[in-house]
Ligand binder design. Structure first.
Ligand code: ARG
Length: 496
C-alpha cells in the first residue's frame, strides 16, 4: 500500500501532499507563535462555552487536550500546513471528533492575526526595555562627564567645544523618542481581531469583547479611540484579518531606533579611532593575524543593523503593497520580517547599552582635541557681539584672524586691520582670553539644552525622571498581559 503523507485537518486527503507541501508550510516560522496560539485557542474555547456554543464538557476535553499539546511541545506537533492546523490536528488526535469543535466560529485568518499581535506585544516590551537600558547607560555615563570637554563637529570638522555629557544626552533624547514610538506602536498592536472569522464575521453568537479581554488586549488609545468603536476589538471584520499596518508601524519604529544606533555607533568607532574612547575588551574584537589589533567590531555590527531593519521595512512594505481585500497568503511571508527586525534591533540596542556603559573616555585627549581647529572662534565672535559689535562684523574679524592663528595676537592684528582700532577698545582682553578657553566656552553656552554643565545637570535630572516614568509604563503593559494570562489560566482550570 502506498504510504500517504500524514494529513492535517485542513488539507485532508485532497490537499495532503505534492511538491509545494513545504513551500506552503509556515511551520518553521510558527514556533514563535506556539504559545500565542495555545492562548488564543484557550480564550476562544472558554468563550464558546460561555456562549453555549460548545458544552462545558466539550470545552473541558478540548482544554485538557491543549494542555497536553503544550506539555508535549512544539516539536511533537503533527505535520501541518501551519501551527494552527497542527495544533487542531493534535487536539483531534487526542479527543477525537469533539476536538473539531475548537475551530467553530473562527478562521485561521483571525487566528493568525491575533497570534501575531499577541506575541508581538512581548517582543515590543523587550525592545522598549532595551531602549530604556541604553538610555540609562547614556545618562549614567553623562553624569560622570558633565565637565569633560570634547570637540563637537559639523561636517566632521572641529566646530565648537562641547562636553561628553552633552553629546551622550543628545542620543538619550533621540532614543527617548524611539521608546515613545515603540509605545505608540504597541497601542495599535494591542487590538484584537479574533471573532472576525475568515473576514466576513460568523452567524454564531460570539463575544468578541470577552476573547479580547481573556487575551489581555486593552489598547489605551492616545487618539481617543476614534479609529475603532471599541478600545480593544478591531471592529470591522474584514479590516481585522487583512491589516498588517501594525507590523509596518512596529518595524518603522524599530528602523528609526536602528538608524539612531547606527549614527551613534559610527561616532563611537571614530572616537575610538582617534583615541578619545576605549571600548572594554568585552565589546571589542581582535585580528586573527595582526596581534596588536583591538577592533570595535560590536559597534560595526550595531551600525550594520540599520541594514537589517531597512531590509525588514522594505520586505514588509513591498509584501503588503497592493494586496487585495481580504486575506491573501502573502501575509504569511510578511510576518517573519517583523520577527527578524525586532530581534536584530533589540539585540543591537542592548549591545550598545553594554558597550557605552563599559567604555572609558580619555579625558586628556578629549580636552586637548577640544581646542583644535580654532573651535572657540564662534565663542570669540559671540564675546565681541555681546559688547555691542554687530555679530556679522565680529564674525568677519574672527574669520580674518583665523587666517593667521587662533590666539589673542591674531585677533588683535585682525582688529587693527579690519576696524583700525585695538581689540580692547571693544572688549576687555580678559573676556577674549576666557572665550578662547574651551571649558569656559562650554560654560558660557548656558541656553536651554546647551552644553553648560548647569544646563546639562538639569537635563540629567529630567531624563532620569522620564526614564523612570517610561519604565513604569512598560511594567504596566507587561502586567496587563500577565494578569490576563493568569485570569485565563483560572478560567481554564474551571473546566477541569
Ligand atoms: N499560516 C497562515 C498565515 O500565516 C495562516 C492563515 C492561513 N489562512 C488561509 N486562508 N490560507 O497567514
Amino acid at each position: 500500500m502506498d504510504e500517504e503523507p500524514a494529513s492535517d485537518v485542513v488539507r485532508r486527503e485532497r490537499f495532503s501532499g505534492g511538491p509545494a507541501r513545504g513551500f506552503l508550510s509556515s511551520m518553521s516560522e510558527d514556533e514563535r507563535i506556539f504559545e500565542a496560539d495555545l492562548a488564543v485557542d484557550r480564550a476562544h474555547v472558554v468563550m464558546l462555552a460561555e456562549q453555549g456554543i460548545v458544552s462545558d464538557d466539550e470545552a473541558g476535553e478540548i482544554l485538557a487536550a491543549l494542555e497536553d499539546v503544550e506539555e508535549a511541545g512544539y516539536d511533537a506537533l503533527p505535520d501541518g500546513e501551519d501551527v494552527h492546523a497542527a495544533i487542531e490536528t493534535a487536539v483531534i488526535e487526542r479527543v477525537g471528533e469533539i476536538g473539531g469543535k475548537m475551530h467553530t466560529a473562527r478562521s485561521r485568518n483571525d487566528e493568525v492575526a491575533t497570534c501575531i499581535r499577541y506575541r508581538l506585544r512581548e517582543d515590543l516590551v523587550e525592545a522598549m526595555r532595551s531602549s530604556l537600558a541604553l538610555r540609562e547607560a547614556l545618562v549614567e555615563v553623562a553624569q560622570e562627564h558633565v565637565e569633560t570637554t570634547m570637540p563637537g563637529y559639523t561636517h566632521l570638522q572641529p566646530a565648537q567645544p562641547t562636553t561628553v555629557a552633552h553629546y551622550l544626552l543628545s542620543y538619550e533624547q533621540a532614543v527617548a523618542r524611539d521608546t515613545e514610538r515603540l509605545v505608540d506602536a504597541y497601542d495599535r498592536v494591542d487590538r484584537c481581531p479574533l471573532g472576525a472569522a475568515a473576514f466576513a464575521g460568523t452567524p454564531f453568537d460570539v463575544d468578541r469583547e470577552r476573547t479580547a479581554e481573556l487575551l489581555g488586549f486593552e489598547a489605551v488609545h492616545a487618539s481617543g479611540g476614534s479609529s475603532d468603536s471599541s478600545d480593544d476589538v478591531l471592529e470591522n471584520s474584514m479590516d481585522a484579518v487583512s491589516s498588517r499596518d501594525f507590523l509596518l508601524e512596529t518595524v518603522g519604529a524599530l528602523s528609526n531606533l536602528a538608524i539612531t544606533l547606527s549614527g551613534f555607533a559610527e561616532d563611537l568607532i571614530g572616537f575610538s579611532n582617534r583615541g578619545y574612547l576605549e571600548l572594554s575588551d568585552d565589546y571589542a574584537s581582535t585580528s586573527s593575524i595582526m596581534p596588536q589589533k583591538k577592533n570595535p567590531d560590536t559597534l560595526e555590527l550595531v551600525r550594520a543593523t540599520a541594514g537589517d531593519a531597512s531590509a525588514g521595512l522594505n520586505g514588509l512594505s513591498t509584501t503588503l503593497k497592493g494586496l487585495p481585500r481580504a486575506y491573501n497568503r502573502d501575509l504569511q511571508r510578511a510576518t517573519p520580517h517583523a520577527w527578524e527586525t525586532v530581534d536584530a534591533v533589540s539585540e543591537a540596542t542592548e549591545v550598545t547599552a553594554g558597550a557605552i556603559a563599559t567604555a572609558e573616555w580619555d579625558e586628556a585627549s578629549l580636552e586637548a582635541a577640544a581646542a583644535e581647529g580654532f573651535s572657540t572662534a564662534t565663542g570669540v565672535a559671540d564675546a565681541l557681539a555681546m559688547q555691542g559689535l554687530p555679530f556679522r562684523t565680529a564674525h568677519e574679524l574672527v574669520a580674518l584672524a583665523s587666517e593667521t592663528g587662533s590666539d589673542y595676537a591674531a585677533l588683535e592684528a585682525a582688529s587693527e586691520e579690519l576696524l583700525g582700532e585695538p581689540l580692547d577698545a571693544h572688549v576687555p582682553r580678559e573676556a577674549i582670553e576666557t572665550a578662547l578657553d574651551p571649558a569656559e566656552s562650554v560654560a558660557s553656552r548656558d541656553s536651554r539644552g546647551g552644553p553648560a554643565p548647569a544646563a546639562v545637570r538639569e537635563r540629567i535630572g529630567t531624563a532620569r525622571t522620564a526614564i523612570a516614568a517610561d519604565r513604569e509604563a512598560v511594567d504596566d503593559l507587561e502586567r496587563t498581559v500577565a494578569d490576563a494570562n493568569a485570569a485565563l489560566a483560572e478560567e481554564v482550570r474551571a473546566y477541569e
